[in-house]
Design a binder for this molecule. Sequence first.
Ligand SMILES: Nc1ncnc2c1ncn2[C@@H]1O[C@H](COP(=O)(O)OP(=O)(O)OP(=O)(O)O)[C@@H](O)[C@H]1O
Ligand SMILES: [Mg+2]
Length: 512
Amino acid sequence: MRETSHLSPVPAPAGAGLRLAASHGSTTPAAPAASDVVPTAVDTRVATRTLLYVARAPDDALVEHLKSRGWNVLVARSAHEVGRLIKPATVCAGIADMASFAVRELPGLEPSLRAQQVGWIALANAERLADPDVRRLIRHYCFDYVKIPVANATVDYLVGHAYGMVNLCDPDMPLDTTSASDDEMVGTCEAMQQLFRTIRKVANTDASVFISGESGTGKELTALAIHERSPRRKFPFVPINCGAIPHHLLQSELFGYERGAFTGANQRKIGRVEAANGGTLFLDEIGDLPMESQASLLRFLQEGKIERLGGHESIPVDVRIISATHVDLEDAMSDARFRSDLFHRLCVLRVDEPPLRARGKDIELLAHHILGKFKADNARKIRGFTPSAIEAMYNYHWPGNVRELINRVRRAIVMAENKLISAEDLDLAHFSEQQTTSLAQAREAAEKRAIEAALLRHRHRLNEAAADLGISRVTLYRLMGTHGLRDTSNDDKAGFKGDDKDLDASDQDARD
Ligand SMILES: Nc1ncnc2c1ncn2[C@@H]1O[C@H](COP(=O)(O)OP(=O)(O)OP(=O)(O)O)[C@@H](O)[C@H]1O
Ligand SMILES: [Mg+2]
């Protein structure tokens, strides 16, 4: 997350999205053949290999050496220059001299480091390696790093491997570009980085994934991101909104029917489960699934076979299940509205979407991303947001999350009469800083944000979240009630929420 001026537009950088390079992050140079060959000037196969070298003060001797090894070396002296040299369809190796830039300049390199088509290695000195931001950049985007002064042989070896690793990428996977695509996930805060890491990990397995999060946080986008990064990506991604389909139609929507199964069934219909064969079935709003369909779904998950309505044949279907809901399924289970055996089948892996209010600077980043996407809706050239609009966006609670932000910014683009969108245009005038905030209010808001972030980090495990916050679990539980972060309706009856298994007797005692 970077500091950004409130007035200057922050175009959603390529670096802000979920860009997953299958090979990035690996420091194990396992690339075969092509990368192992040390090229000579006469080797035409490798003579066209391009290497980007970005350094504030490029080392001429290194450039000459790399050229002598057959690399077509392109030198950039700034983040801007290197961004321009990266071409969407050209695979290349890259050397980023982190030591030659001031620390404050390094974040500017991130969008280029994130480009999937470049296999980066970093040059750094001990001082830079001590900087947490530099370490993060190297860990996330570089194949390896070399300490300055560098030995040419080491650089030869590493850039060859980095180039080879990028070449190993699946040719069917679109290479990264610097423009934002429609389903790009924007996020730089720690919570989103953690989400991106989780997506990468769960994409590689076939286990069922359960996505939990408030309305509009990006659950469907996450499901799609998992599918698109999974080995099933060439097969269908079939979403079904269990809450939007009338109960009596749900069975036939899910499992299909044979001709003549019921009046009006004039021809066979393939259900959504079968349509997803080979791919991913996304069961959205799974909490709204009626009991009857829960039983059929459970049977399918156990047997891997379906029967169309009115049919007698068991049809094997191979799908990966991703489900999502914005309701509290634990509550639904304790009220016997949701089967716990089904829940355990669906929730082998769990992904939690952070609410927008817990994403810090990402709110601003997303707002600019949305503005960039829709600004053509107003003939007047809108350049950004006023400082009070930005303040209002940070102060507002965003119950509708990213979807609400999109709606507010789109409406503001149409309504704005100036080049900068104001808090009024966003219909958030009450939330701008010009409103006086007492110190007590500011403290309360900060406390709530810290608790939400800790709960999110620790997936609502109270012990760990409390330890992180430096308070007892009892205090945490009480503060969650104060800030409306838990259901307090049962407190009067039971002292604590009856189904909170996370509380032990000592906490009960302490509270009593
Ligand atoms: N991180 C993000 N970056 C960019 N756009 C996002 C992000 N998260 C969500 N969106 C956008 O916000 C909108 C809502 O996302 P999505 O439909 O995935 O949310 P949801 O959690 O499934 O919502 P609901 O609970 O209402 O079904 C979509 O237009 C999506 O593209
Ligand atoms: Mg949804």
